[in-house]
Design a protein around this ligand. Structure first.
Ligand SMILES: *Cc1c(COP(=O)(O)O)cnc(C)c1O
Length: 400
């Protein structure tokens, strides 16, 4: 059975990944997601400070969200056993879609099982070969896949390079497309850089284009009430795609929020919506509570911001090389994949959990540790983490 040629090739590919230090290993967690978690280390459970979850507001184990999810499960059962349009739409789904639209100030919203599906299913129903999509080179994999699934003409501009965007808009416009969509991440997940929404908005309007912003790393964090990247600049995106799997409780689910005709057509034609199961009731119930907490969470955003500033200044002071920014994504640059892995492993042994990122997730030679701050982290935990970073950095010759 396992001596078919394909298995030999797959094993060779896996070995090559190991040899190039590009093999990803999953660590096993035995507690709820939080600022401090438990992991199995040296055969026993140990506490560890967690600096790599997307748990920005610390809501992943919030008692009110857990209570809301439990109450929803008691009332509505476990699952819908249907897609939305057959017999899977609950009053709760519509309530959550309205809550998202209300939060993000759009006409309406539509739920998906994940933001990956939202991005995978947002382009194809709206655009055909007569249209054009202009996409930032560092956009999330799910946007890239969504664009691949759509027949519109594709253009790619260099990350946040507005001169290049204008050139690509000119090029697209010269083919006289029916419609143009500009697609960008609100915050680029590997760098923590915030998209230049003012210029994106201006150019989109100048070319009668729609601006789509994937705000997975911004919803709940940036702007008034955490309404996201455009709101942070006092502006609006035309289409916002987002996740319930990061700041908004961290469970699962995605959405598109936009003008009514966009949402209505997605409900008719978006394939991941039509051909995949409805969001489980408990996730809808939990997400409703999470959105309410995020909207009211100025204290959490303040804590998150203080933690981010403290950790940045602590690591800078110790001599680490960071990418600039204010977002809770803090990239610590190590360049080589091997070093990023060794560094992450050493921190892990010392009780601090981070993840190394390397090719193909980031460019060759730009390997890094991506620290993610959370409002769940106490200042004692942060100070301890800085001490541990400094120790491991000296041991591995990253800092003097
Ligand atoms: C995490 C992420 C996604 C995927 O979100 P899921 O809900 O986990 O599928 C999509 N886009 C961006 C920019 C992300 O960071």
């Amino acid at each position: 059975m396992t001596d078919k040629t394909i298995y030999r090739r797959l094993r060779a590919e896996l070995e090559a990944l190991e040899q190039e230090d590009l093999y990803k290993r999953e660590r096993i967690i035995t507690s709820p997601q939080s600022g401090e978690i438990r992991v199995a280390l040296d055969g026993k459970e140990q506490p560890i400070i967690n600096l790599c979850a997307n748990n920005y507001l610390g809501l992943a184990d919030h008692p009110d969200i857990i209570a809301a999810a439990k109450a929803t499960m008691d009332e509505y059962g476990y699952g819908m056993a249907s897609v939305r349009f057959i017999c899977g739409t609950l009053d709760l789904h519509r309530e959550l879609e309205s809550a998202i639209a209300n939060y993000l100030e759009t006409d309406d919203a539509i739920l998906f099982s994940a933001a990956f599906d939202a991005n995978g299913g947002v382009f194809e129903p709206l655009l055909t070969a007569e249209d054009a999509i202009i996409s930032d080179s560092l956009n999330h994999a799910s946007i890239i896949d969504g664009i691949r699934l759509c027949k519109a003409k594709r253009y790619r501009f260099e990350n946040s390079d507005m001169t290049d965007l204008r050139a690509k808009l000119e090029e697209a416009a010269s083919a006289a497309p029916r419609s143009i969509v500009i697609a960008t991440d609100g915050v680029f997940s590997m760098d923590g850089y915030v998209a230049n929404i003012p210029e994106l908005r201006r150019l989109a309007d100048a070319y009668d284009a729609l601006l789509l912003v994937d705000d997975c790393h911004a919803t709940g964090i940036l702007g008034p009430e955490g309404r996201g990247t455009a709101a942070h600049f006092g502006l609006r995106a035309d289409i916002i795609t987002g996740t319930l799997g990061k700041s908004l409780g961290g469970a699962a689910g995605g959405f598109v929020a936009a003008a009514q005709p966009v949402i209505d057509l997605l409900r008719q034609r978006s394939r991941p919506y039509l051909f995949s199961n409805a969001l489980p009731p408990m996730l809808a119930g939990g997400a409703l509570k999470a959105i309410a907490l995020a909207r009211a969470g100025d204290d959490l955003r303040e804590k998150l911001s203080q933690n981010t500033q403290r950790f940045r200044s602590g690591l800078r002071g110790a001599g680490f090389r960071l990418l600039d920014g204010e977002h809770p994504i803090i990239p610590v640059m190590l360049d080589e994949a091997r070093l990023a892995q060794d560094f992450a492993n050493r921190l892990y042994e010392l009780g601090v959990y981070v993840s190394g990122f390397f090719y193909p997730v980031v460019p060759m030679g730009k390997a890094r540790i991506r620290v993610q701050m959370s409002a769940a982290l106490s200042s004692e935990q942060l100070e301890h983490a800085i001490v541990v970073f400094t120790r491991a950095g000296r041991e591995l010759g990253v800092i003097a």
